[in-house]
Design a protein around this ligand. Structure first.
Ligand code: C2G
Length: 133
């Protein structure tokens, strides 16, 4: 049976750092499931709503050839349930979350991959704000 990989994220203002992470996650197994944060979960994590709403963010992620399955992540507290429900063999996260998901090592392997340098949604938003339109 093939190795099932799972990862989570907001994927707001989709950029090269996101696609690099999803491509590398896909390469670690045979099937990639992606949990996309809801707008409300993002508000609770970051204190603001995403620029792109959840239907658009999950629409972008679901159409990538490296992604096999998507679902909306409603709560960080349900992480263990999501891992079991989607039969994850490997949980992949960016190293901005290093150590944060080690508690799930009893359910699956947990791998933190290095982030792509010099790009972030926050920085893109700041760059757009700074434009004199
Ligand atoms: N990422 C990356 N390089 C960047 C920016 C992001 O590798 N320059 C990765 C992040 O490490 C993450 C994924 O892309 O693995 C999605 O990034 P975010 O949308 O910022 O994810 P986040 O809001 O941190 O959500 O349950 C955990 C959360 O849902 C993670």
């Amino acid at each position: 049976m093939g190795t099932r990989v799972i990862t989570f994220g907001t994927f707001d203002v989709f950029h090269i750092g996101h696609v690099n992470m999803l491509t590398r996650a896909h390469e670690l197994g045979d099937h990639l499931t992606v949990g996309v944060s809801t707008d409300d979960l993002n508000f609770s994590k970051k204190g603001r709503y995403p620029i792109y709403r959840e239907e658009h963010r999950i629409g972008i992620v679901s159409r990538l050839s490296c992604v096999d399955d998507v679902f909306l992540e409603h709560s960080l507290e349900l992480k263990r349930d999501y891992l079991i429900e989607h039969r994850a063999d490997i949980l992949v996260m960016g190293d901005d979350w290093a150590g944060k998901f080690d508690e799930f090592r009893d359910v699956c392997e947990v791998i933190y991959l290095p982030r792509t340098r010099d790009i972030s949604t926050t920085e893109i938003i700041a760059n757009i704000r700074a434009l004199d339109l």
